[in-house]
Design a binder for this molecule. Structure first.
Ligand code: ATP
Ligand code: MG
Length: 196
């Protein structure tokens, strides 16, 4: 039985950065749906071409497609003791699909770590990242659209997790090490994983 967790938050909230640290500390696997899609785009696959149209506009890939992709990647991680979901679920339908997928496999979702960062800081980080990584969706207009999509489609998922008693909200206080310590404390208190 895998014990999994979701890392949840707005674009630029640090999901990918913290996921890498969590994966190292606990020996967990990490699925970043954004990375999976960007890899497909780089390889020029059909899926990549479809994804590019949505990503470059700051919109979400359709649920049907995203749910299939997620299940495929998850099933490729059969040996891991637990998986960090980064960038999934982003809609209530995806959250329901995740619940169903895990139940069918006898696996569980331990907690959802929700990162709260003020929007000015998010924008600043994403614009800085644009200079370093050159992601096509890291420009000011597309970032604004991604924030809108986050508020409209993704934020409601937080309430869904709240109802399930899984939601743990952590607020950015200006230091990455502090945030990481808070995240580790939640993971260990919930018994999701123990350090290697
Ligand atoms: P960051 O990685 O800085 O937190 P982000 O959350 O906007 O920013 P990614 O998670 O890499 O970035 O996602 C990039 C894009 O990929 C999204 O804007 C969306 O178009 C698409 N995408 C990723 N995950 C999903 C998903 N679960 N459902 C639909 N679309 C997705
Ligand atoms: Mg990311």
């Amino acid at each position: 039985m895998k014990k999994n967790l979701v890392i949840f938050g707005a674009p630029g909230s640090g999901k990918g950065t913290y996921s890498a640290e969590i994966a190292k500390r606990y020996g967990m696997a990490h699925i970043s749906t954004g990375d999976v899609l960007r890899e497909e785009m780089k390889k020029g696959t059909e899926l990549g071409k479809t994804a590019r149209g949505y990503i470059d506009e700051g919109r979400l890939i359709p649920d049907e497609l995203m749910i299939d992709i997620l299940a495929n990647v998850y099933d490729g991680m059969a040996d891991s003791t637990g998986v960090i979901f980064d960038g999934f679920p982003r809609t209530t339908r995806q959250a329901e699909a995740l619940e169903r997928m895990l139940a069918e496999r006898g696996d569980v979702l331990g907690i959802v770590v929700e990162l709260h960062v003020d929007e000015a800081t998010l924008m600043e980080r994403l614009l800085k990242r644009a200079e370093i990584e050159g992601r096509a969706d890291d420009n000011e207009a597309t970032i604004r659209r991604r924030f809108e999509v986050y508020h409209a489609q993704t934020e409601p998922v937080a309430a869904w997790f709240e109802d399930k008693g899984m939601r743990r909200v952590l607020t950015w206080k200006g230091a990455k090490e502090q945030m990481l310590a808070d995240i580790y404390a939640e993971i260990e208190a919930a018994g999701v994983a123990t350090p290697l």
